[in-house]
Design a protein around this ligand. Structure first.
Ligand code: NI
Length: 155
């Protein structure tokens, strides 16, 4: 036969990125205990409110890998969902970062620092390579972290 089937014609070296969106709600207080109350208030403003405040965060996870010639996929979404649920959402959703998440006992839970913590939690995904994560804190603020994958960040 001259023609290959659809699946076997896929170059196994072709790399595709998969992006998947998740949501979680959590609260934080932006406060650095090594600084004075006045300095904290000046730096963080109303985000330094002692009682904290909440956000409905959106997390975007991007992984990449070769397209499996049998499934046509780089990763099964169910596998990624279960991994993100176990590694991130179970610890983050409906929690206070300052009080409930040990990583933020001594680290200010800005969204920049959330990005770094999430990347560390997801980089061991066994099915595909973690490229980057992006977190929207509000409709106006978003942050992106790619670990050592600097090509993922636009200059
Ligand atoms: Ni905030």
């Amino acid at each position: 036969m001259a023609l290959a089937s659809n699946t076997s014609s896929v170059d196994p070296g072709v790399k595709v990125e998969l992006g998947r969106r998740y949501r979680f709600s959590a609260s934080h207080r932006l406060h650095n205990a090594s600084l004075s109350e006045a300095a904290n208030h000046e730096i963080y403003g109303k985000c330094n409110n002692p009682h904290g405040h909440g956000h409905n965060y959106i997390l975007e996870v991007t992984v990449s890998g070769p397209v499996d010639t049998a499934t046509g996929m780089i990763a099964n979404l169910a596998d990624l969902d279960a991994f993100v649920e176990r590694q991130v959402l179970n610890d983050y959703d409906h929690k206070s970062f300052n009080e409930d998440v040990p990583a933020f006992r001594n680290v200010v839970p800005t969204t920049e620092n959330l990005c770094i913590d999430i990347f560390q939690r997801l980089k061991t995904f066994p099915v595909a390579k973690l490229e980057r994560i992006r977190v929207e804190e509000t409709g106006n603020n978003s942050f992106e972290y790619a670990g050592d994958n600097t090509e993922g960040i636009q200059p």
